[in-house]
Design a protein around this ligand. Sequence first.
Ligand SMILES: [Zn+2]
Length: 284
Amino acid sequence: MTEETAAGFEPGHRPPEAQNELATWCAFRAGKVLVMRVSGRLQLPALRPEDLGSAARTRHYIGMVDGVPCYAAALHDAQDLPAGTDLIFLRNLILDSDELTSGIAGRAFQILEWERTHRYCGACGEPTTAHQADRAQECKSCRQLYYPRIAPVVMALVTRGREVLLTRKPGYAPGRYTVVAGFVEAGETLEHALVREVREEVGVESHCARYFGSQPWPFPNSLVMAFSLEYASGTVEADGVELEDARWFDIDALPELPEPVHISRRLIDDTVARLRAAQLSSGA
Ligand SMILES: [Zn+2]
């Protein structure tokens, strides 16, 4: 379901030779991203490096957006914002903008966070520098390389006949339910992680994982991989700590669900449509 790369964006890490041209900037300060509102829509601003002052000198090239170079940069605390721009939380931009804009901003944020947390070598303690050819930080002293970190997360929607298993965490929006999700552990396959997460969170056994799609989620560096699974055995029981509730819902009596920007919602919608089609074709 998810596109290979958002249309209009060509990722890259070697910047073009011309460094002073108008470019698209993903500039961040304390988790907020610099935006402009154009005809009511949130956009990443087109600026010249001088508009961003010294922040532009530590830029990272992200790629080309519709033929225009795009950079990530960290704004200094005291720096004035360019005219017509504003800072908003990245999460709000992702909820409010198109897939191209939110994908580029998320990518830029992850790269800046990775650089911020890899300034020194974890093996020998020396400062790192940007690698010549790759998107990596390199320790010149012990030759250790640090690539941007990505944390794999599995997401599972378990089905049973015409029912789906949904859960809610304490503090989640009132009445809203979603799927089971958790981090993949070292040494685990995705299939094992799915079955383990479902068992740990809701106490049932599941099998027959069916891949749906993936979504980068830059808070701070997750890659969510979504699957549906079939129920095998056991009784649903929320652990009461991580989950406040877990239960089966008939596909015609679903609770409030996550917003469509989340892959969890698209996984639920797709699976429900598939179960409904199966019901119709079986004449039930
Ligand atoms: Zn080192």
